[in-house]
Structures are given as C-alpha cells and as structure tokens.
Design a protein around this ligand. Structure first.
Ligand code: PLP
Length: 478
C-alpha cells in the first residue's frame, strides 16, 4: 500500500510530454544503428559545447582527480557532509551568476542554498512557501515539469496566467488579475507568481515592462515572486537578459521595501554548462527564514562534495568561463538559425526568440480543426510517422492549440538537417492529401511522395506558398 501522495496523479507523468520521451526510448534514432528511429527533439539539453569542457578537463587534470596543487584531497571530499555546501563552491557559483548577468547584480554566497538541480530548488522553495489550499500563478505556456515540481509533494495548485499569441505570449495586467481572481474563486490562497526567464518553452527573455509589472503586482498583493533563471546564460542575441534582481535594484519604491524578502531566484548549471547529470542547482533569496528552512530541506537533495569541488575549479577559471559562455552562445545562435530556416522551408514559422535550447513553433495551419484533440492528433503523426519527438503546446498548458516546442541543442547538425528533411516531406504530403481531399494517413501518402520527386516539389511549392500568404501572428519573423 502506498501513500496517497505517492499515488495521486498530480505528478503529471501521463502528459504527452513524458509519453513522447517513452516513445523515443522504444525506438531511438541512431545515424548508423537505427537511422529510421525517432529523433529526440523534446529534450532541452545543451550538448553543443562539451568539447570545450573536455579540453578544460584535459588541461586541468587535478580537478577531476581529487587533487589540489597535486596533493590528493580524496579523504577531505569523501568525509565532507555539511549541508551548507563547500564555501568555495558557493563563492564561485555566486560570481559566475553575476558574470552571466553582466555583473549588473551581485550575489552573496551566504544567501545561496545548494540543491540537486533546479528541479529540487523549485520543489524546496515551494515546500517553504506553499501547501495544500495555496496557489502559485504561472504564465502559460510553461515548462511541463512544474506540475511535478511544484504540486506533487506540496499539494499546492498551479493557476495559469493565460498568455496568448496575440502579443507574443507576453504577460498583461489583466491576465495577472484574472489568474488571481480565478484562484480566489477556487478558494485558493495565492502565495506566489513563478516565472521562467528566459522562458521555457518560448525561448524569449522577459521585457523590463513585464518584469516591472510583476514586481508591482506582487507588491500590491503581498505575495512572493519566484524567477527561475535556469536559461540565463543561453541568450544568443538581443535583447539582453534582465534579472529580476536588477529590476528591484533600479526601483526606488523597492529600496526599503519588504518585497526583497519575497523575491527568490532559482538557478542550475544544467542548461548553461550542459550538465544536467551533475545535478547542481541553487536557490537565491534575501529572506533569512527561507534560506534557513531551505538549507534544512536541502539534506534531501545535496550535491556531492566531489561535484562541488570539480565545478568550483571550472567556475573559478574566469578566463575559461567567459570564453565558454561566448562560444556556447555563438553555437546556440547558429543552431537556432538552422532550425528556424529549416522549418521556414517547410512553411512553418517560429515565435521570434533570443534564448534557450528550443523554438516555440506555430503549426496551427496543420491542424485538422482548431482543437486540442486535433493538436494531439498532429503530435501523434509527428512522433509515430515523421518520427520526431517534439512537445505539444498542450503539455506546456498553452491556451491555444497548434503550438509545439522543438529542441535544437541536443543533437548533431546532421541529425537536425535530417529532422528538417523529414518535416518537409511531411508537410508536402499533408498538403497533397488536403489538395486531393484525401483523409488517408500521411504514412500511406508518403510512399507516393517519396517515389515521385517532381510531384512532391510541385505540391510543396503550392503548400508553402499558401502558408506564407496566409495571415498568422508572429512576434517576429526570422
Ligand atoms: C524552466 C526549468 N526549470 C527547471 C528545470 C529542471 O532543471 P534541472 O535539470 O536543473 O533539475 C528545467 C529543465 O528542463 C527547466 O526548463
């Protein structure tokens, strides 16, 4: 017999987001061993700059070899178990976080709580701030893992702040007030607003206007604001990233305000350094009570001292980290541009974005109907027939059917090219089916389209032309 908490379905495991991963596991693409397998485009992993880290390790063998200045520190690391973390690691992490914010804000290492990734940071923070009967407001679309991280063990509810494509999914004052009222209607006590900046899944940084709006809102309602800044080092083009702390610093009405005690940052090295397997995350807060409670909680998800030591060596090498960040961002931009270009050739456009490891892709024109059922139908075709695991917008709680998150940094350039070729074939065949009035599945049509290239070209051209001339809403056209 398991506990109610363990068996309740608020974990979100049955979302199409996780189902897609399961389908990928059953038939994973491999260039030589399984070239017709499913390509994983539903995983926000950054594999573009491993070679830089590997070169650093080769040049600094002490770091991974439990040695300091050539002397073994194995015993020291093996015995260390203070849940406050290694002081020199916290210092190195605090400075790294300032560096990636252009040193416009500084972080005090004593206000950092170390956690096993941002997953643990978000869940720990929620444990401190909310419980059953409480609500956290989150702008949609949002990272599907939040259902698990924020709701499952705390019993708190997520209430969506509905954002739409009409303004590029920006947060508006009315959307905030409506979410607050919706929570109250459900007899929930609103405890916090949680945002991801840059956004997963949008791949966009929040504007100063949005951030100021949020600060004003949490001041007026006397609630907390959590800013998950896990993608803060992935900004590959303008506008630059603005941390919520920078906004607080710049507002005169925040100088002596207790709002400082209610704004918390979540960070992790999973995305910026591409190290999700190392499980390194952090909570940053000015609130002493939150730091104290979260530090006690962190016993449940500590980072091993071996990992802390290794990473403190890398992060303290500032020459390396600044070069790494610049090079990684250059590679992210190149990859982002390839995806946007490939999709455009298939007549598909993306929301303009400047950060992250994914694009937010508009496939509304490919839906049979403007419904979430039609979105899942299309998603299934793309997973099973086209063999690309992308994430349906509904799994990110998007309010409009037809949007998908497509990741670009967890594969080689060749695999990305192949995925785009598959997508083009699919759109061409779907267009042909529409023009022929056929309701047959794409799989049946594919044989025809593959066999006759000139036929395919003709219909692709018609379809793409039709798409480009149709009126869709984009924040930017890239
Ligand atoms: C917004 C956001 N927060 C948290 C996480 C979890 O990150 P971690 O691997 O550090 O637990 C992710 C991972 O995709 C994410 O996108």
């Amino acid at each position: 017999m398991l506990s109610k908490k363990a068996t309740c379905n608020s974990h979100g495991q049955d979302s199409s987001y996780f189902l897609g991963w399961q389908e990928y596991e059953k038939n994973p693409y491999h260039d030589s061993l399984n070239p017709t397998g499913i390509i994983q485009m539903g995983l926000a992993e950054n594999q573009l700059s491993f070679d830089l880290l590997e070169s650093w390790i080769a040049e600094n063998p002490d770091a991974a070899g439990f040695r300091r200045n050539g002397e073994s520190i194995f015993r020291e690391l093996a015995l260390f178990q203070d849940y406050h973390g290694l002081p020199f690691f916290k210092k190195a992490l605090a400075e790294f976080m300032s560096d990636i914010r252009g040193n416009k804000v500084s972080f005090d290492p004593s206000k950092i709580v170390l956690t096993a990734g941002a997953t643990s940071a978000n869940e720990t923070l929620m444990f401190c701030l909310a419980e059953a009967g409480d609500a956290i407001l989150i702008p949609t679309p949002y990272y599907p893992g939040f259902d698990r991280d924020l709701k499952w063990r705390t019993g708190a509810e997520i209430v969506p702040i509905q954002c739409t494509s009409s303004n590029g999914f920006k947060i508006t004052p009315s959307a905030l007030e409506e979410a607050y009222a919706a929570a109250q209607k459900r007899n929930l006590t609103v405890k916090a607003v949680l945002v991801t900046n840059p956004s997963n899944p949008l791949g966009t940084t929040m504007t100063g206007q949005e951030l100021n709006l949020l600060v004003t809102f949490v001041i007026s309602k006397s609630i907390h604001l959590v800013s998950d800044e896990i993608y803060s080092g992935t900004i590959f083009t303008s506008p630059r990233f603005t941390s919520i702390i920078e906004i607080l610093n710049n507002r005169t009405d925040c100088y002596d305000s207790d709002v400082w005690n209610r704004v918390h940052i979540v960070y992790s090295l999973s995305k910026d350094l591409g190290l999700p397997g190392f499980r390194v995350g952090a909570i940053y807060s000015n609130n002493g009570a939150v730091i104290e409670a979260a530090t006690k909680m962190s016993s449940f998800g500590l980072i091993s001292s071996q990992t802390q030591y290794f990473l403190s060596e890398i992060l303290s090498d500032k020459k390396f980290t600044s070069w790494y960040m610049a090079e990684n961002q250059r590679r992210l931009k190149k990859r982002h541009d390839s995806l946007v270009r490939g999709l455009k050739e298939a007549g598909i456009r993306c929301l303009g974005s400047n950060a992250g490891l994914f694009c937010w892709v508009d496939m509304r024109h490919l839906l049979r109907k403007n419904t979430f059922e039609a979105e899942i139908e299309l998603w299934k075709k793309i997973v099973y027939d086209v063999r690309l695991n992308i994430s349906a917008g509904s799994s990110c709680h998007c309010a409009e059917p037809g949007w998908f998150r497509v990741c670009f940094a967890n594969m080689t350039e060749e695999t990305l090219d192949l995925s785009m070729r598959r997508m083009k074939e699919f759109v061409a065949s779907a267009a042909a089916a529409t023009l022929r009035g056929s309701s047959g599945r794409w799989r049946n049509l594919r044989r025809l389209s593959f066999a006759d290239k000139s036929w395919r070209k003709k219909f692709t051209t018609n379809w793409v032309f039709r798409l480009l001339s149709s009126r869709h809403c984009y924040a930017a056209d890239q």
